[in-house]
Design a protein around this ligand. Structure first.
Ligand code: SF4
Length: 265
């Protein structure tokens, strides 16, 4: 799809499979009838995400265009010599999400609708900075906060994605932004995907370097029953600490949100 330089800009809303971008799609549905809905599919998403997007597609009454990267994750992992992506490099976002998005937009002038809410304007994200793309923030402009998002989802009948029962954000099942308790959730809900994530971790005997999703421990270490139990108990403990008004430093660090906007809105 293209437009000429004199044509009206395209309107594009990139969905992550998360609650905020879904609520924005619902919110904008009747305001911008020619909105293009897209989903950058890494091929490594959770089954719950695919189900949720199918339901959203039915609700919107329009197709959600699935954009796949030119090559799978494993191909890029080879190129990066087995070095797993992390919050500093984020090569996965660049190669699997942003590049397919930019290829889809091409050189057309386009307005990109971003679902950052009015109660998280501090949020720093990683998005495309192509000059032909103009980012707009309808939730910020209209003072829409988290409780409003829940209201939009509830009222539409979409509700929230099922994975929120055990995970705090959308994205790949192996996302390195995951907290340890979410890895435990993955192990319990999708042991096959947990095992697949394990296969990407490596120990280089020559250099002595480990490539693990979490810098603190490997997935083999994390899945030991006593370790999983300790992680679950630490979640309970931090909930109790929060209730007493204190803050658990570890959890607060893990909650710091500079994650990729294209993956986690
Ligand atoms: S969800 Fe996480 S692992 Fe997947 S592309 Fe985004 S940052 Fe990378």
């Amino acid at each position: 799809m293209t437009n000429s330089s004199t044509a009206e800009p395209r309107h594009i809303l990139s969905l992550s499979g998360g609650k905020d971008s879904t609520a924005l799609a619902i919110y904008m549905r009747d305001k911008i009838p020619n909105m293009e809905y897209i989903f950058c599919d890494t091929g490594e998403e959770l089954p719950e995400t695919y189900d949720y997007l199918d339901r959203l597609e039915a609700y919107l009454g329009k197709p959600i265009v699935r954009l796949n990267p030119d090559r799978p994750f494993a191909h890029y992992l080879d190129i990066y010599r087995g070095v797993l992506p992390d919050s500093r490099t984020r090569w996965c976002t660049r190669m699997l999400k942003i590049k397919p998005f930019e290829k889809y937009v091409g050189e057309d002038s386009a307005i990109s609708y971003i679902a950052i809410r009015a109660d998280e304007t501090h949020r720093i994200g990683y998005i495309s900075t192509k000059p032909n793309l103009k980012a707009v923030y309808p939730f910020i402009e209209n003072d829409i906060i988290k409780s409003d998002v829940f209201g939009i989802l509830e009222e539409s009948g979409m509700g929230i994605p099922e994975y929120y029962e055990w995970r705090s954000r959308s994205g790949c099942y192996f996302c390195f932004y995951q907290q340890r308790r979410e890895w435990v959730g993955l192990k319990e809900r999708h042991p096959d995907l947990y095992d697949k994530a394990k296969t990407f971790e490596k120990f280089d005997e020559v250099t002595g370097k480990s490539f693990t999703w979490s810098p603190k421990e490997s997935l083999v270490e994390l899945e030991q029953p006593e370790r999983m139990e300790a992680i679950k108990n630490s979640k309970l403990r931090s909930q109790q600490i929060r209730q007493t008004g204190l803050v658990d430093i570890l959890d607060e660090e893990e909650d710091a949100d500079e994650s990729c906007l294209v993956c986690h809105l």
